[in-house]
Design a protein around this ligand. Structure first.
Ligand code: PEP
Ligand code: MN
Length: 364
C-alpha cells in the first residue's frame, strides 16, 4: 500500500467518523424529546423492555464483520449516555439548582441572614411546654446574642400516646416570648390546613423529617411569603430532599432553608447517622442555605459539640440544637437536650470555633 492509498483510507474513516458524530447528535435530539414526553406522562426514563428490543434489532440486522456482542456493547454505551442526557436535562430544570441560579439564596429571618457566608445558630426547646420554660431558654439565648429560636408546638411523635405538643397555645407562647426578647420563631407545622393560621405566630415554618415528602404540605408552604426550614426525610436520599425543596419553590416561595438532621442507617450508636457530606453536596447542587441539626442527628449530648464543629468546618450556614431548662423532665427528647449551663458552655466553645474559622477564612 502506498502512502497515498493509506491517506485516502484515513480520509474515508474521518468522513465516516463525522457521519457517526452527526448521527449520534441527531439521535440525542430525538432522545431528549422522548425524555420530555416521558416527563410529561410521568413514566420512567429507563425502559428495559424497549432496550431489549433495540438490542435484538441490532443482533437481527448485523451483517458483520463486527461480532454482535461487540456491537451490543457499543450500543448499550450509547443508550446509557442518552439516559444521562435526559437526566441531566431534568436536573438543569430544577429551580433550587445552582445551575438555575448561581448565587446563594439569602434567607432573611427578621434581620438574621442565612446563606450570606456568616454562620449562625438555631436553638430552643424540643417542644413548647409552658410560657416559663420557653422564657428561660429565650433569656439564655438573648445572653448569647442569638436571634433564631426553635420550639415545637405541634409534635410529630412516634407513639400517639406521647405528648403531642400544645398546638396553637404553644405557638402563642412562642410569639409572646419572641416579642418580649426580640427573637424569631421557627416552629413545625404538621397539617397543610394550619399553614395559613401559623403565619400570625411563626417567622419560619418548619417541615419535619416525617413530613419531608408530604407533598400537600410542601405545596402549601410554597404558596406563602414566609421562610421554610425543610428537614431531610428519615431515610431520605439527597435527591429526594432536593426534590422536596423543589415542591416548595415550584409554588413561588424561594425562602427555603435545608436542614440535614441525620438519616436512618444500621448504626445504633447514634439516634441517626449524621450525613456530614450532605452539607457541601447540598451547597454545591442547590443555592439554598443549609443547617445541621446536631440534636436529632446524634441524639447524644456528648456529640453535640464535635458535630457542631464539623458542621461549621464543612460550611453549614447554621447549627441547630435543643435546649431545655430541665431536660430530665422534658416532655419530649429528654435525653438529648442541653440544660442552660451546658448551653452556655456549648455556645462559648462553638462560637470560638466559628470565629477562628472565619478569622482564618477557612470556610468559603
Ligand atoms: C424537631 O426538630 O423538632 C424534630 C421533630 O426533628 P425531625 O423532624 O428532624 O425529627
Ligand atoms: Mn426534639
Amino acid at each position: 500500500m502506498t502512502v497515498n492509498e493509506l491517506e485516502v483510507l484515513r480520509n474515508k474513516v474521518d468522513e465516516i467518523n463525522l457521519q457517526i458524530l452527526r448521527l449520534l447528535n441527531e439521535r440525542a435530539v430525538v432522545v431528549k424529546a422522548i425524555g420530555q414526553q416521558k416527563n410529561l406522562q410521568g413514566t420512567k426514563r429507563f425502559d428495559p423492555v424497549r432496550e431489549r428490543q433495540a438490542l435484538d434489532m441490532i443482533a437481527a440486522n448485523n451483517e458483520g464483520p463486527f461480532e454482535t456482542s461487540t456491537l451490543q456493547h457499543i450500543f448499550k454505551t450509547i443508550f446509557q449516555a442518552s439516559l444521562e442526557l435526559q437526566e441531566d436535562d431534568n436536573r438543569k430544570a430544577l429551580l433550587v439548582s445552582r445551575k438555575k441560579k448561581q448565587e446563594n439564596t439569602i434567607v432573611d429571618v427578621k434581620g438574621e441572614l442565612l446563606g450570606n457566608g456568616t454562620q449562625t445558630f438555631v436553638m430552643g426547646p424540643c417542644a413548647v411546654e409552658s410560657y416559663e420554660q420557653v422564657r428561660v431558654v429565650a433569656q439564655a439565648m438573648k445572653e448569647q446574642g442569638l436571634k433564631l429560636m426553635r420550639g415545637g408546638a405541634f409534635k410529630p411523635r412516634t407513639s400517639p400516646y406521647d405528648f403531642q405538643g400544645l398546638g396553637i397555645e404553644g405557638l402563642k407562647i412562642l410569639r409572646q416570648v419572641a416579642d418580649e426578647f426580640d427573637l424569631a420563631i421557627i416552629s413545625e407545622i404538621l397539617n397543610p390546613n394550619d399553614i395559613e393560621m401559623s403565619l400570625e405566630y411563626v417567622d419560619v415554618i418548619q417541615i419535619g423529617a416525617r413530613n419531608s415528602q408530604n407533598f400537600d404540605l410542601l405545596r402549601e408552604a410554597g404558596k406563602v411569603n414566609k421562610p421554610v426550614l425543610l428537614k431531610r426525610g428519615l431515610a431520605g436520599t439527597i435527591e429526594e430532599f432536593i426534590n422536596s425543596a423543589e415542591y416548595i419553590i415550584s409554588q413561588g416561595n424561594d425562602q427555603i432553608i435545608l436542614c440535614e438532621r441525620g438519616i436512618r442507617t444500621y448504626e445504633k450508636a447514634t439516634r441517626n447517622t449524621l450525613d456530614i457530606s450532605a452539607v457541601p453536596i447540598l451547597k454545591k447542587e442547590t443555592h439554598l442555605p443549609v443547617v445541621v441539626d446536631v440534636t436529632h442527628s446524634t441524639g447524644r449530648k456528648d456529640l453535640l459539640l464535635p458535630t457542631a464543629k464539623a458542621a461549621l468546618a464543612i460550611g453549614a450556614d447554621a447549627v441547630m440544637a435543643e435546649v431545655h431548662p430541665d431536660p430530665a423532665v422534658a416532655l419530649s427528647d429528654a435525653a438529648q437536650q442541653m440544660n442552660i449551663p451546658e448551653f452556655h458552655k456549648f455556645m462559648a466553645e462553638v462560637k470560638g470555633f466559628r470565629d477562628a474559622l472565619a478569622g482564618a477564612q477557612l470556610v468559603r
